[in-house]
Write a protein that binds this ligand. Structure first.
Ligand SMILES: Cc1cc2nc3c(=O)[nH]c(=O)nc-3n(C[C@H](O)[C@H](O)[C@H](O)COP(=O)(O)O)c2cc1C
Length: 361
């Protein structure tokens, strides 16, 4: 149990750093190579200023929105991250319960420790999506997709930015192995995978946009393209019939040296305008004001990865609830202080952006 009262996401991370085994903390916190992108994801939000409007009646604020037609109570959902049991023994079950209690959605990782069936059973009313990769073995991928459909998952998040593992030093180039007491639940009874080197082998490095067409041919679930960073790929994704785009650089764990996600968000939003495709963003979101900035720059909602891990490490389900509550409440305050009563009032003129990275816009 915790000894000090955490009041912001940073406090939860500090707690995790003090209390998780060093290699576990490093695994969750780390990024690729020199961690340029990992750090820039957070720093880029500090290069954006808010220009609030005053003297508006902000006594009642509606924080709710939808993701692919499903309501969430506030525009902060959970990005897929693997192996939650390493942060807390209750693992993804705890995360799913917290997400459902707070009325937001959770993307369950293909590499979750609890299998998707257990996760669904633990919070039947929760909104969930399944994160997938293109596996070489299409029958295995089909197996995952069909299970997600049967369990009532509402979309597939197809991760596109990691055909191979990133050069994370936490992983010493493929040597990271899951502790013996845990396994990757979704693969139980199918194949035995315990290491990054093994999961890396499952992925189809020859995958192209044709795989999206194939995926659409085998499922009625909408597809969210995860990992898009350019207007060109955004247009390609639209062409191949995705329903959503999650602008993401894998939290700095893929290719190091790519821009912060918030710096390319507007470019992607502009590229898909008029297509009906929703755009979300993840990476570096640590505070409610970050969420206001992302929405002002065109995101329909944001997703958080590590913040949830730190909540889990603090106190399982209760810790994740606390993290989500803090982010929600910070966001609500930031909305009020900016003069916004609903999400559609969070518009581009609320922000001034001095990006060190010059995108096309
Ligand atoms: C420990 C860890 C595990 C992750 N596992 C996955 C995964 O299994 N699939 C995936 O698509 N993204 C994965 N990601 C990336 C996240 O979905 C997300 O893009 C990223 O964490 C967002 O950045 P943030 O941590 O700064 O919020 C992982 C990220 C971390 C930190």
């Amino acid at each position: 149990m915790a000894v000090a009262l955490p009041v912001c996401v940073k406090d939860f991370e500090d707690f995790a750093q003090r209390n998780l085994p060093k290699y576990v903390y490093n695994y969750f916190a780390g990024g690729s190579s020199d961690e340029q992108t990992l750090q820039d994801n957070v720093k880029a939000y500090r290069r954006i200023w808010l220009k609030p409007r005053l003297m508006r009646d902000v006594s009642n604020r509606d924080l709710s929105t939808t993701i692919l037609g499903q309501r969430i109570a506030f525009p902060i959902a959970i990005s897929p991250t693997g192996v939650h049991c390493m942060a807390h023994p209750d693992g993804e079950i705890a995360t799913a319960r917290a997400a459902a209690a707070l009325e937001t959605g959770m993307a369950v990782s293909t590499y979750s420790t609890n299998k998707m069936e257990e996760v669904a059973r633990s919070a039947p009313e929760g909104l969930r999506w399944l994160q997938i990769n293109v596996f070489k073995d299409r029958e295995l991928l089909k197996n995952f997709v069909k299970r997600a459909e049967n369990l009532g998952f509402k979309a597939l998040f197809l991760t596109m930015d990691k055909p191979v593992e990133g050069a994370g030093r936490y992983n010493v180039h493929g040597k990271f192995v899951l502790p013996a007491q845990y396994s990757l639940g979704n693969f139980q009874g199918l194949i035995n995978v315990r290491s990054y080197a093994q999961t890396d082998k499952l992925r189809d490095k020859s995958a192209t946009w044709d795989s999206v067409d194939w995926l659409r041919s085998i499922t009625r679930l909408p597809i969210v393209a995860k990992g898009i960073l350019t207007a060109e790929d955004a247009r390609e994704a639209v062409k191949h019939g995705v329903s959503g785009i999650l602008v993401s650089n894998h939290g700095g764990r893929g290719l190091d040296g790519v821009p912060a996600t918030i710096d390319v968000l507007s470019e992607v939003v502009e590229a898909v305008k008029g297509s009906g495709v929703e755009v979300y963003v993840d990476g570096g979101i640590r505070m409610g004001t970050d969420v206001v900035k992302a929405l002002a720059l065109g995101a329909q909602a944001v997703f958080v990865g590590r913040a949830v891990i730190w909540g889990l490490a603090y106190d399982g389900e209760n810790g994740v609830k606390k993290v989500l509550e803090i982010l929600r409440d910070e966001f609500s305050i930031a909305m009020a202080l900016s003069g916004c009563r609903s999400l559609d009032e969070i518009s581009a003129d609320l922000v001034e952006k001095r990006s060190a990275y010059s995108s096309k816009l």
